[in-house]
Each structure stands twice: as structure tokens, then as C-alpha cells.
Ligand binder design. Structure first.
Ligand code: ATP
Ligand code: MG
Length: 436
């Protein structure tokens, strides 16, 4: 993509309405535009990041054996009456009446709808286990939407729902999702801390929240240094391996963090680090909480009907965009982890109009593109200082800087955004390094 043609409405000034750094940076980098309180349009740069995050979430759900579906945003109130949640949910639910005076709602979550799909089609224990997920916009009329997409009213969530014949099966499904979550966040360059959680209005008896460390987070956490040092992708088994063994090993490390601690309580283990964090995922095992009132039963091995054991598993996909920025930025702007970056390389032409500089930039742009590397080419007629500042602000992992002075010696400059490390390389060496 050529920056001269890219719709990237960056802001020079710091927006005063934004209280936290991720919100400020998302506005300054032209990623989002608020259209009402807690409701946002995603502009091209923001949309690219959102899609990358969504894709990692999708790949790990698929690898864990969950199957993707897509349920609508608008639901019928009748389903929610069956579970009893239509009245319980309160003002957070956006209630809508259609032209026939039928009561509808904009879904805040999908337990009822998925249970209805399940009971319609699944009749035998032989069809279990089953895990269905979708990635869809949700609406919750939050009392205080704030911090940009961190706590929006409309937000993108991945929600998965598992169905098992018994509690032992449901625990395995829970563990598979638990592991998928650790892998998902690790792939995004995040260290997620799983914490035993209250089950809240979703209900049930086993639940974990996944928290990303960040000073501006709304959740207080205690975490074990050992856990912070663990390389999840290296340690966690691939899907299908022995989940229980990993779970046990994992539990032995984080057992102390698996509860809410009180900082003032002298019995709180002190090898624990007290921190603040952002909840990016939440998983629940809740047994027959929905299958019972909604009568989702299958024929068991003896032919008798058995209520299915269920769990649900949410990830805040749009919240993750902000959470990643909270966890990865500096005074100059965003630092995207490679896996979620909107483009891998920012190519900076220091002197548009200089024939040799234009030619080398054109070759690099074409060569990287041909190898499938996403490049944002700053071909604008702007001062170098403006280009460097914009490139730092939008946080692409690699900056490739090309100008007449370097080219005289046959070199270009490659900068790593995260560390600031720079090296002078030949054009061929730079190309080889970025394609590798
Ligand atoms: P919170 O305590 O932050 O309100 P929750 O417990 O209500 O979260 P869940 O119902 O478990 O959230 O939803 C799953 C995930 O969706 C959460 O872990 C979070 O990442 C995300 N999420 C929830 N509410 C919002 C929101 N208002 N804006 C953006 N993301 C949200
Ligand atoms: Mg909530």
C-alpha cells in the first residue's frame, strides 16, 4: 500500500477526551472513529489489526477442535425467556421492538441461541463432544463505556460453546479451551495470566479470566514470577497431546495466583507480584445451567435422555487491539508485535523525486510484495522528520529507510521498531532479511 493513497487520518495533537494511552494512540494513528458513546467505526489501519487478531483467535479455536459458525446479532426475546435471563440481564441488554411489536434484542452473548441450535439438531451422545464458536459483534449497554474500544458498548467477541455428555468430558473441553487461550495470547506476543474468577450472570462453577498486565487495567491481579518467565508456546503441548499433564504442570506453577488475594493480608505469599491488568478472555464451565431450562438433552448409551454439560468461552477481540497497545508502546507510539502488525514493513522514501531513490524504493516495494510481505510505502512528499514520526506512531515492526546519501554507498537502513536497533545493509541483504 502506498501511503499517498492510504486512508490514514493521523492526528498531530493528543486528543484530550482519551484517558488512557491505547485510546490516545488509536485515535492519533487513525485507527478508529467514535460514532456514539462506546460505538466505533474501524478505519483501514485499525481494521487490519482487528482482522489479524481475529485470525489468530480463529486458527487456535480450529486447532482445538472447535467449529466456526455465525449467529446473528439480533435475537428473539423468547429464547431468553426460556432461560430466565430476559428479565435478569437488566439494562445492559439493548431491547428492540420490530414492526410487528415482537420483542427482539441485540445479543450481549449467545448461550441461549447456541443451545437452541444444539437441541434442534443433536440427538445422540455419539455426536458429542461438540464445540461451536463464532466471532460476532455484541452489544452491552455498559453504564460507563470508556477507554475507547477497551470498554465499548458494541464490541467484537469470539464466543465458543462446548457440549459434552458428562462432567468429565466437559472438563476436558474446558482444558482444551484453556490451552487454546494460552496459545492464542502467546502468539500475539502477550503474557496472559489465568485467574480463577467469579462466574457472574453467566453462572456456573468453574471459571478463569485471562488477564494481560497493564498499569491502566481495571482488574487487580497477583502473579507468580515463575509464570511470567514461562514460554507458553514452547511448553504447552500441541492440541491433542496430553492436556491433563500440561494442566497439572501448569497448575503447579500458578496455583498461588489461582485465587484472589488481599494485598494487606499477611498470609498472601510474597513471591507474588501485585499488578494491574486487562481482562481479555473469560471461560466458564456451567454444567446444565442452560440445557436444563431449555431442555437440551441427547440419548445416552442406554437410550435414556441426558442433559448436556456445557461451557462457554469468550475472547474480547476488539478489546485485544487496545490491550496489546497498552502492553506494547513507547513515548513515540505503538509497537505492534509482528503477528498482529497491520503491515510488516514501513518503507520510507527520504527523497521522492530523486530518480535513484525512487527506483530502489520501487524495486523494494515490488520485491517485498511479490514475496507476500505486507509493506506500507511512504512515498509522500513530506519532510523526513514527519515520515519518521508517523512511522513510529503507527508502530510497524520494521522500518526500511532509503535515501540518496545511503545509496551512494550502496546501502539502506533497517530499523527494528521495538528496540530502535538500526543497521546499514545492501538492498539485497535488506530484502533477504525481511523475506526470511
Ligand atoms: P468485564 O468484567 O470486563 O465487563 P465480562 O466478564 O462482562 O467482562 P464476558 O461476558 O466474559 O465479559 O465477555 C468475554 C470477553 O469479552 C471479556 O473477557 C472481555 O475481553 C470482552 N468484553 C466484555 N465486555 C466488553 C466491553 N464492554 N467492551 C469490549 N470488550 C468486552
Ligand atoms: Mg461485563
Amino acid at each position: 500500500m502506498r501511503m499517498s493513497a492510504f486512508f490514514l487520518p493521523t492526528l498531530k495533537e493528543t486528543p484530550t477526551e482519551a484517558q488512557i494511552v491505547s485510546h490516545r494512540l488509536m485515535l492519533r494513528a487513525g485507527m478508529i472513529r467514535q460514532t456514539s458513546a462506546g460505538i466505533y467505526s474501524w478505519l483501514p489501519l485499525g481494521w487490519r489489526v482487528l482482522r489479524r487478531i481475529e485470525q489468530i483467535v480463529r486458527e487456535e479455536q480450529d486447532a482445538a477442535g472447535a467449529q466456526e459458525v455465525l449467529m446473528p446479532t439480533i435475537q428473539s426475546a423468547d429464547l431468553w425467556r426460556e432461560s430466565g435471563r430476559y428479565d435478569d440481564y437488566g439494562k445492559e441488554m439493548l431491547r428492540i421492538t420490530d414492526r410487528h411489536e415482537r420483542e427482539m434484542l441485540y445479543g450481549p452473548t449467545n448461550e441461549e441461541m447456541i443451545t437452541d441450535i444444539f437441541r434442534t439438531f443433536v440427538k445422540s451422545y455419539r455426536q458429542l463432544p461438540l464445540n461451536l464458536y463464532h466471532i460476532q459483534w455484541k452489544f452491552r449497554d455498559e453504564i460507563r463505556p470508556r477507554f475507547g474500544v477497551m470498554r465499548g458498548r458494541e464490541f467484537l467477541m469470539k464466543d465458543a460453546y462446548s457440549f459434552d455428555i458428562d462432567a468429565a468430558g466437559a472438563k476436558r473441553s474446558y482444558q482444551a479451551m484453556f490451552l487454546a487461550y494460552l496459545r492464542t495470547f502467546a502468539r500475539m506476543g502477550l503474557k496472559a495470566i489465568p485467574m480463577r474468577a467469579d462466574t457472574g450472570p453467566i453462572g456456573g462453577d468453574l471459571s478463569h479470566e485471562f488477564i494481560i498486565l497493564a498499569e491502566t487495567g481495571e482488574s487487580g491481579v497477583f502473579c507468580d514470577k515463575q509464570w511470567l518467565d514461562l514460554d507458553v508456546l514452547a511448553e504447552a503441548p500441541n492440541h491433542g497431546d496430553d492436556l491433563q499433564a500440561f494442566f497439572d504442570r501448569f497448575t503447579s506453577i500458578y496455583a498461588a495466583t489461582d485465587e484472589k488475594h488481599d494485598a494487606d493480608d499477611p498470609s498472601t505469599p510474597k513471591d507474588l507480584v501485585s499488578a494491574r491488568g486487562i481482562e481479555v478472555g473469560h471461560i466458564f464451565y456451567f454444567g446444565t445451567k442452560y440445557s436444563k431450562p431449555m431442555n437440551a438433552a441427547v440419548a445416552g448409551p442406554d437410550g435414556e435422555p441426558v442433559l448436556v454439560e456445557m461451557g462457554s468461552y469468550g475472547i474480547g477481540v476488539s478489546r485485544l487491539v487496545a490491550a496489546i497497545i497498552e502492553a506494547s508502546h513507547d513515548e513515540n507510539g505503538i509497537i505492534w508485535p509482528d503477528a498482529v502488525a497491520p503491515f510488516k514493513v514501513g518503507l520510507i522514501n527520504l527523497k521522492p523525486g530523486d530518480a535513484e531513490t525512487d527506483r530502489v524504493c520501487g524495486d523494494l516495494y515490488a520485491g517485498l510484495g511479490a514475496s507476500g510481505v505486507d509493506v506500507l510505502y511512504d512515498d509522500r512528499d513530506e519532510r523526513p522528520g514527519v515520515k519518521f514520526a508517523d512511522m513510529d506512531l503507527i508502530g510497524l515492526p520494521w522500518h526500511l529507510v532509503v535515501g540518496p546519501r545511503g545509496l551512494k554507498n550502496g546501502t539502506v537502513e533497517l530499523k527494528r521498531r521495538a528496540t530502535g536497533a538500526r543497521e546499514e545493509l545492501s538492498v539485497e541483504a535488506a530484502l533477504a532479511k525481511l523475506i526470511a
